[in-house]
Ligand binder design. Structure first.
Ligand code: FAD
Length: 393
């Protein structure tokens, strides 16, 4: 049988789950699959922030792709994609050139610094466990010497969740705070008029109140025009001094050069049709943070939840395409928004209804445990979380 060469670029939510969602028998019979990733590891990003306080083990946040992929069914190439040639149907990596019949582009995103001078150089990004280690070391080193000033730029879901988590880290237990911990400050800086700008104002205000009760300072409508070592310079002349600056102010797609040029939106995301095929190409799919659906029926966020949903459709559309069947549209339905804001706290929205309190926090934990890519670890992770949250362990 002449197998079709399926090349998946990226071993994250979009890429890995496209592979997982392909039917087993079809994978074996009809496909010759290669996954290219520059990192050896799968990063379960929604849980990264939990690793700051050790509620989840590092090995459950980031683990080798080779441990979760059946090597008999797929070739894993650890290499960086340098360019894609859609006419020649080939991809250049720093290891070799790989040809394909079907291509899936799922290369994710990187921090967007909006060309602000010094932003990349003087701030920390938060994408992997290495970033967590660097930030956590910096927090404990500074705290051992003096009170700490942390600035988090960007009050989207990652920024607010991180602020709440760092507030737990810098002020751990009610009666054992050191003077340095007590006088430490965390500031959340946001360009929009409200934090969590995509949520209704009422919910955003509730989230702000929860964070402020944890001692976090919120500064909205604050535009940064320069970052220097230990300082943020706002338009209007104000300067915020800071020991640690963390950048969570949005992402842009991480794309190599593509020939011929493809349609992209103003954030650089590749435009796809509703079948998630790159416009103009019947054998090239793009999903996750690198892509945007032209004429989408509903708003599709750059999130793990959306990338997972898209991966299911890309997998079934590849099968349908090879078997000559009609493809399906991507009809993204959010399962809900759940934003944890420290232990037992959170805000969210399900079916258009605003929710808050422990229910959000618990639902968020359950959803991510359920989605964890190694089924046999799910129960253990849930159990650890329960014990560590209730301080039983
Ligand atoms: C701290 C944090 C918390 C988050 N929390 C949540 C959450 O609670 N809920 C939620 O829904 N979403 C969350 N997200 C967002 C979510 O993780 C992303 O939207 C999701 O991972 C996107 O999937 P993806 O496949 O597009 O990219 P990724 O999962 O990032 O995968 C991209 C892959 O491409 C590889 N790659 C990149 N460039 C190259 C290259 N040139 N060559 C080879 N390989 C390359 C990478 O190594 C990686 O394997 C969070 C993100 C972060 C950073």
């Amino acid at each position: 049988v002449n197998k079709q060469k399926l090349l998946i670029l990226g071993g994250g939510f979009g890429g890995f789950f496209t592979y997982v969602n392909l039917p087993k028998a079809f994978k074996a019979k009809a496909l010759d699959i290669t996954i290219v990733s520059k990192s050896e590891d799968f990063v379960f990003a929604p849980m990264i922030i939990e690793s700051f306080t050790g509620e989840i083990d590092d090995k459950d946040v980031q683990f080798p792709l080779r441990d979760i992929i059946n090597k008999k069914q797929v070739r894993i190439v650890i290499a960086e994609v340098l360019s894609i040639n859609l006419t020649k149907q080939s991809v250049h990596t720093n290891a070799r050139i790989i040809e394909y019949d079907y291509l899936v582009i799922a290369l994710g995103s990187q921090a967007n610094y909006y060309d602000i001078i010094g932003a990349k150089k003087y701030s920390h990004a938060l994408k992997s466990l290495d970033d967590v280690t660097v930030i956590a070391n910096s927090v404990s080193n500074t705290l051992s010497e003096k009170p700490l000033k942390i600035s988090i730029v960007g009050a989207g879901p990652t920024g607010v969740e991180l602020a709440a988590k760092l507030s737990e880290l810098t002020k751990p237990k009610r009666f054992s705070r050191t003077a340095n911990q007590l006088r430490s400050t965390i500031e959340l800086i946001e360009a929009n008029d409200q934090i969590l700008a995509y949520l209704p104002l009422k919910l955003s205000r509730r989230a702000a109140k929860i964070l402020e009760l944890q001692g976090i300072t919120i500064r909205t409508a604050a535009l940064i025009n320069k970052v220097s070592k230990h300082a943020l310079h706002l338009s209007g002349g104000r300067v915020i001094q800071s020991d640690i600056i963390i950048w969570t102010a949005g992402v842009r797609p991480s794309l190599p050069s593509i020939t011929p040029i493809v349609n992209q939106n103003k954030n650089g995301q590749i435009k796809t049709d509703q079948y998630l095929r790159v416009l103009g190409y019947k054998n090239v799919f793009a999903l996750g943070d690198v892509a945007t659906v032209e004429k989408a029926v509903s708003v599709i966020p750059a999130s793990a939840q959306a990338a997972y949903g898209a991966s299911k459709l890309v997998a079934s559309n590849i099968v349908d395409s090879i078997q000559g069947r009609e493809l399906q549209f991507f009809n993204y339905r959010s399962k809900g928004i759940f934003i944890p804001l420290g232990k037992w706290k959170g805000v969210g929205q399900v079916a258009g209804i605003n929710i808050h309190g422990p229910v959000v926090w618990i639902a968020w934990k359950l959803i991510y445990v359920w989605r964890f890519p190694i089924p046999k670890r799910r129960l253990i992770i849930g159990w650890h979380w329960l014990l560590r949250t209730t301080n039983l362990w």
